[in-house]
Design a protein around this ligand. Structure first.
Ligand code: HSE
Length: 306
């Protein structure tokens, strides 16, 4: 196998109650990357389409992540990477994570799969740090593994994979403005009141219990964020209006996708998700900001060969 093409899907991180530790994988939108063996050792980015990103391996999220895994093996070939970006940078649906996760997934394949997908998460985090200044895994883990992932602990890394209930659908509204993850992290308080920690912990436990028991309404009432959303929502014009529109039309919950500006809703059934998407769209229509919306099943596969 000298050349492969892969798909690295978009993801929704945080999901309101799990800042930096919870995420899920969506379908239909994601980056494509091509990996090719070359005689010259090392990792080289040879082509980037639809994004203005550095070609220098040490400055490119995919390059850094790819190098982290490549350097663990002693091989007599190099790897060239083409990146075809479909997820816009700063969109809140895991653009940098798709680059990092896709890179380690593709390089691992050409190296003969020395690592499991779960083991790849730590390498992908090396790329994520270039983009956001922080080594969080709540996008790279679901991007690699699919479904929902919970980072039970970072030190050591302890990732729990949770299968999505069959009838769960995500809606994403992506306003075409850029919110840099580093900026969205800079507005957060370093300390939180005990009562907020109690509320958030209860919701996280409730959401996970809802996933395991297929209890959509438990998931819904757990999709609340008393810590991060209040500090970040001003970065997203018309956030409250869109959230109200989603909840009025039976979304289980709605919130900021990752660091924003995308807004997500989770819904029970595709037909509800389509109605919710329509109403979120209507709420954004006169904002003067262009946007896209996506309706997606929770993607069970994560990164895959195409
Ligand atoms: N958990 C991260 C954040 C996700 O909200 O800052 C964005 O990369």
């Amino acid at each position: 196998m000298n050349e492969i093409k892969i798909f690295a899907p978009a993801t929704i991180a945080n999901l309101n109650c799990g800042f930096d530790i919870l995420g899920c994988c969506i379908d239909g939108i994601g980056d494509e990357m091509i990996f090719r063996k070359s005689t010259e050792k090392g990792i080289r980015i040879t082509k980037i389409t639809d994004a203005d990103l550095p070609y220098e391996t040490s400055k490119n999220v995919a390059g850094v992540a790819a190098l982290a895994i490549y350097e663990t093996q002693n091989v007599n070939f190099g790897i060239e990477i083409e990146i075809h970006k479909k997820i816009k940078a700063g969109s809140g649906i895991g653009s940098s994570s798709a680059s990092a996760a896709g890179a380690v997934f593709g390089v691992n394949e050409l190296l003969g799969k020395p690592f499991s997908k779960k083991e790849l998460v730590a390498f992908a985090m090396k790329g994520e740090v270039i983009a956001s200044g922080s080594e969080h895994a709540d996008n790279v883990a679901p991007c690699l593994l699919g479904n929902f992932t919970l980072i039970r602990g970072y030190n050591p890394l302890d990732i729990i994979e949770i299968k999505s209930p069959d009838d769960l659908f995500a809606v994403v509204l992506h306003p075409h403005i850029e919110v840099k993850t580093a900026d969205a992290r800079a507005v957060l308080s370093k300390e939180i009141p005990l009562k907020d920690a109690i509320t958030q912990t209860g919701n996280l436990g409730g959401f996970i219990a809802g996933l395991y028991t297929n209890d959509y309404y438990l998931m819904g009432r757990s999709l609340q964020d008393v810590i991060v959303e209040p500090k970040r929502k001003h970065l997203i014009p018309h956030f409250d209006k869109v959230k109200a529109a989603a909840l009025e039309h039976d979304a289980l919950g709605c919130g900021i996708s990752g660091a924003g500006p995308s807004i997500f809703a989770l819904c029970k059934s595709k037909s509800t998700a389509e109605i919710v998407a329509e109403n979120m769209k209507n709420a954004y229509e006169n904002s003067g900001i262009s946007f896209d919306t996506y309706v997606s099943k929770i993607n069970p596969d994560g990164c895959k060969l195409i």
